[in-house]
Write a protein that binds this ligand. Structure first.
Ligand SMILES: *Cc1c(COP(=O)(O)O)cnc(C)c1O
Length: 374
């Protein structure tokens, strides 16, 4: 008899995983600070000044628990989208909400469908709750909608995950494509539409909000365009019955008071949001031109990052390493075909200029070294 309490069979069988190696871990490893943090698609522009001011003032109330219903924020979001408050649940980011959706919909052994190499947190939760994944390869660097629908029908999937715009490719589908995709899914399958980057996308990429449709749950966040990743706050929109299930399982005081206040103020500052989006659009163009000037294609992006095609996974790995050596944090996609790329978050004007200098300096030796390996 061992003198320790056993884990559940489920947890005992889970592989040790680190879904993301954080830049802080790289800093500890290298014993130096990252000078350019362009690897996690955080906002280089930060939150709206109004959100910052509201959060500073809210510190005075931090002895209190935040409102477990996030009432004021949900009310404001309901007005913003012309939907009911009961169609919105607030969580500590999309990552939190994805876990709750998986818990609400997947029994151990159930199947979920995603793209091979898509945003990994969904997979993490699916595996963590004992369900399993069917992964569909990207096609032309896009989510392959017909193949995803076909896979969902074939495996009897309960959940299908789709990010639009997509991470890590940055590509996007039109609202019509998404609607047609929804029509092709099995009747008992929920579409998780992760719209973390919707603020950066063209209007045609955003399907009309029909949150009364029980077949789809839309996920949005204050982490990207609103510049509040560290505050941990996002929300899901769906039909009333779907949303009410969250109240049975969510952590009722999990969304902190400061984040709720900040998100409310951020939502009200649409001018600031527009400025950020305009700057990001400009930055994407600059990155595309930078890549082109070094002889590399880049994938057209509707998000706040650009994936640059460096020609293969070994080169991508070498370049990520070489940039880290120069205290520049970027990431590379985890699976083919996108693992031939590095993914670079749009920084401020100064950060983009600094990145261009470092990339021009390190790229020739990375390109030459990987050539000699062939
Ligand atoms: C960044 C990102 C998230 C994380 O959102 P949080 O609200 O910070 O948890 C979710 N989905 C995608 C596709 C992302 O890129």
């Amino acid at each position: 008899m061992s003198n320790r309490a056993p884990f559940t069979r489920l947890v005992a069988a889970l592989p040790a995983t680190v879904p993301f190696v954080a830049p802080e871990a790289l800093e500890r490893r290298n014993g130096r600070h990252m000078k350019l943090r362009l690897g996690a698609n955080e906002s280089a522009f930060g939150p709206s000044p109004r959100a910052k001011e509201a959060m500073r003032a809210a510190i005075e109330q931090v002895a209190w628990y935040g409102d477990p219903e996030s009432y004021m924020l949900r009310e404001a979001l309901a007005r913003y989208y012309h939907i009911k408050m009961e169609q919105i649940v607030v969580g500590s980011g999309i990552d939190d909400l994805l876990g709750l959706v998986v818990r609400a919909y997947l029994e151990p052994g159930d199947r979920a469908v995603t793209s091979l190499g898509a945003y990994p947190t969904f997979n993490y939760h699916v595996i963590g709750y004992g369900a399993s994944l069917e992964r569909v390869p990207y096609r032309n660097d896009q989510n392959d909608l017909p193949a995803l629908a076909e896979a969902a029908a074939r495996v009897g999937a309960r959940l299908v995950y789709l990010a639009n715009p997509d991470n890590p490719s940055g590509t996007w589908h039109t609202a019509d494509d998404i609607q047609a995709f929804l029509e092709r899914l099995p009747a008992d399958c929920l579409l998780l539409l992760d719209e973390a980057y919707s603020d950066f996308a063209p209007a045609q990429a955003i399907p009309a909000i029909d949150v009364n449709d029980p077949r789809v749950l839309r996920l949005r966040t204050f982490s990207k365009a609103f510049g509040m990743a560290g505050a941990r706050i996002g929300y899901a929109m769906g039909d009333v019955q779907t949303i009410s299930a969250f109240d049975k399982i969510r952590l009722h005081f999990g969304v902190n008071l400061i984040a709720q206040v900040g998100a409310l103020a951020a939502l009200e500052d649409s001018d600031y949001l527009q400025q950020v989006v305009a700057e990001v659009t400009k930055g994407r163009q600059e990155y595309a031109e930078l890549a082109h000037s070094l002889g590399m294609p880049s994938i057209p992006s509707a998000a706040n990052f650009v994936s640059i095609d460096v020609g293969g996974p070994e080169r991508a790995r070498a370049l990520v390493e070489a940039l880290a050596e120069r205290d520049v944090f970027v990431r590379m996609p985890g699976a083919p075909p996108l693992d031939r790329c590095i993914r670079v978050t749009v920084g401020t004007t100064e950060e983009r200029a600094a990145f261009a200098i470092v990339l021009r300096e390190v790229w020739p030796s990375v390109a030459a070294a990987s050539l000699s390996h062939q």
